[in-house]
Design a protein around this ligand. Sequence first.
Ligand code: GRF
Length: 185
Amino acid sequence: MKRLAILASGSGSNAEKIMEHFQNSEIAEITLVASNKADAFVLERANKFGVPTFTFSRKEMDAGVLLEKLQEENIDWVILAGFLLKIPVELTRAFPDRMVNIHPALLPKYGGKGMYGSLVHEAVKAAGDTETGITIHLVNENYDEGRIVFQASTPVTEADTPDSIAEKVHALEHKHFPEVIEGLL
Ligand code: GRF
């Protein structure tokens, strides 16, 4: 049984889909949901599934507290699902090719610093792109540059707004992220 930890900073709708997917799995179990926000809704979702939670500050993470916790819990894979802090290098090194992130655009477009959440969808709209999508990638020391393992796209029409683009992208994420994780394990 692989032991998975999810790191998330916000609502956690992806985390919920992942917890649902692996609820009765024989290959993996979500054994921890960790967040840098004590009031993140993802923690309530974890409670609902009976998954233990852990919260920490940026300072604590940078001082190695999160890494220690992940090692203590014998975590095999780290899943980033809307985690907004930059991961310390020691953490990426501790999980070589065993840390995966989802990005709400077709990388290498709209990646890098400052490209998260609605800012991504606003940039797609402003550029007049006719498609966008999701990218699931391994995390290395240069955040958005790890090996891409999966992409899926969706059309963007003139009638789309950043909000409607976000909805389409979220739907793609929910559909694919759990099964792509399972494929990686
Ligand atoms: C997702 O769009 C993901 O791609 C991005 O953050 C968002 C998290 O959404 N990295 P949720 O918290 O899972 O609803």
